[in-house]
Design a binder for this molecule. Structure first.
Ligand SMILES: [Zn+2]
Length: 179
């Protein structure tokens, strides 16, 4: 897998989201933010998370979707349980996945981050096929931005967000650097 000049990854299905805009500094990418999402919550295999990011989710379908009404959110990538990966926003543009957030003293993490959603929830393990795809995607991102760091949504919006949750395998993706 590799990224083209716009930050569009090979090996991904493209579904262009309108929920994006220009980054303040187009090539300033310092962080990858890991999320989880499932719609309906805890249900896998539905296309509703994808619809949410595309702005086509009918929020009248379910009572628990009412809170999503009018929400304009996106991520750069969504990795499904079977490893299939959908790209909604080129990495050169700003996707809307962080909300109010800060990392290392910098606010508005959307400005300088790439958002990767794993189809999942806080109380179930992720699928090995998702981890393998995430490894390939991170390798492609690091070819372009070698120093990019990795954070969970819960780390940049503590108290407000809990994803990717306790099952995410941090030691695999963020080994502790030797002292
Ligand atoms: Zn999140």
């Amino acid at each position: 897998m590799h990224l083209d000049a716009q930050g569009v990854a090979s090996d991904c299905r493209l579904a262009a989201s309108p929920h994006c805009d220009a980054r303040p500094l187009p090539d300033d990418i310092r962080l990858v933010v890991i999320h989880n999402i499932s719609l309906p919550a805890g249900t896998f295999g539905s296309a509703d998370a994808e619809r949410l990011f595309l702005g086509t989710l009918d929020t009248s379908l379910r009572k628990d979707y009412a809170a999503l009404e009018g929400l304009r959110v996106s991520a750069h990538f969504l990795i499904r349980r079977d490893g299939e990966t959908v790209q909604f926003v080129p990495c050169s543009l700003r996707a809307w996945h962080c909300g109010p957030s800060s990392w290392c003293g910098w606010q508005r993490c959307n400005d300088f981050s790439i958002g990767i959603e794993l189809e999942g929830c806080d109380d179930q393990p992720f699928d090995e096929r998702q981890y393998r795809k995430l490894e390939r995607l991170l390798a492609a991102i690091r070819e372009r931005w070698p120093n990019v760091a990795l954070a969970g949504h819960s780390e940049i919006a503590p108290g407000r967000k809990t994803d990717p949750g306790p099952h995410f395998d941090w030691p695999r993706f963020r080994p502790r650097t030797p002292a």
